[in-house]
Design a binder for this molecule. Structure first.
Ligand code: NAI
Length: 336
């Protein structure tokens, strides 16, 4: 039995988390959940968006499943998602983008992995107004050799383990000659140690265009924090949206699994959100916990329900949708 920290989150978080827990229980993944609150809920209750007991729980259990957490835009508390990644040094953000039969999308048969550096650069939150009148602001994006090396090595190791053929390093080293240049240099050095894998690099703007025009030319993509954030949503869009896009934040000792999407306040509390992304993230977590067969069964069940298209949420079937829990029930019935 594994003890796993679970943070239902806010917005659609509690609904999709409840659905996900039901699926995992039905699949027989041996997990005992330790519920914790973070974000706006915790701020109301404990006057702290990231209370110490959340950190203690994750540190103890080493594995967490997290629903989305709202981050106020512009002002207010800083992102709890980013704080958790920093606290546990979760330097890898792994987001697969895979086509599902039955999902309306511009491309078929996409099977990409986006690996995003998760702790450095413009997400580190080193920013301030330069004067009291707030006439200008600056953000400092620090890229280090060691930070670059560990994510790039992870990307090549992951590519090797998964039998992937190519790693594309994405950067803006033509303009950001130091930060982008360092990441690219380290990428080429690391790539040279993997002769069986083709290493190439692309400038971010061209990469966006290439992904939209001809995504099949890519395999594993590795990039810095902000570009990775944007590219992973772009890749989710290639396979039909955020509803089925899972993600993992991985560090040396702790791993945290979540959906790529956010708290979707526009549809929260209505039992209409697609639970698929968090269920697929939970499948990734089950694999990480040493249950690849159960993970595969969950993934197949999701794929079967999506392919059939009868018991899916509005984002996948706008004409005749079912609710969050009904989609989860359909997935459960396919597990058997
Ligand atoms: P979002 O991902 O929450 O929503 C974008 C669009 O996708 C919305 O139209 C939403 O209704 C739809 N959508 C998202 N998830 C869906 C699902 N499961 N089923 C059906 N439709 C779905 O992005 P947005 O609106 O930019 O952000 C809302 C909040 O979430 C913000 O406070 C943001 O900071 C936070 N956020 C949190 C993340 C996390 O906890 N890891 C990741 C991304 C955003």
């Amino acid at each position: 039995m594994h003890t796993v920290t679970i943070i239902p989150g806010d917005g659609i978080g509690p609904e999709i988390t409840k659905a996900t827990v039901k699926v995992l229980e039905a699949a027989g993944v041996p997990i005992q959940w330790e519920y914790q609150e973070a974000g706006t809920n915790a701020l109301e209750k404990y006057k702290d968006p990231l209370p110490p007991q959340v950190i203690e729980s994750i540190r103890r259990n080493k594995v967490a499943l997290k629903g989305p957490l709202t981050t106020p835009i512009g002002s207010g508390f800083r992102s709890v998602n980013v704080a958790l990644r920093k606290e546990f040094d979760l330097y890898v953000n792994l987001r697969p983008a895979k086509s599902f039969e039955g999902v309306k999308s511009c491309w078929k048969d996409i099977d990409l992995i986006v690996l995003r550096e998760n702790t450095e650069e413009f997400y580190a939150g080193i920013e301030h107004y330069i004067d009291p009148a707030k006439s200008a602001a600056e953000t400092i994006g620090v890229v280090t050799r060691s930070g670059s090396e560990r994510i790039l090595r992870y990307a090549f190791e992951h590519a090797r383990k998964e039998g992937r053929k190519k790693v594309t390093i994405v950067h803006k080293a033509n303009i950001l000659k130091f930060t982008g240049g360092l990441f690219l240099d380290v990428g080429r050095e690391v790539g040279a140690g993997y002769p069986g894998i083709k290493t190439e690099d692309k400038i971010i703007d061209n990469m966006c265009m290439q992904l939209v025009m001809n995504p099949h030319q890519f395999d594993v993509i590795v990039t810095t924090n902000l570009f990775g954030d944007i590219l992973s949503d772009l890749c989710s869009g290639l396979v039909g949206g955020l509803g089925l896009a899972p993600g993992a934040n991985i560090g040396a000792t702790v791993s945290m699994f979540e959906a790529v999407h956010g708290s979707a306040p526009d549809i929260a509390g209505k039992n209409i959100a697609n639970p698929g992304a968090l269920i697929l993230a939970a499948a990734m977590m089950s694999r990480h916990l040493g249950h690849p067969e159960l993970a595969g069964r969950i993934e197949h069940a999701v794929a079967a329900v999506v392919k059939e298209g009868k018991h899916v949420t509005f984002d996948l079937n706008p004409q005749n949708p079912v609710g969050t829990m009904e989609m989860a029930e359909a997935i459960i019935s396919r597990l058997k």
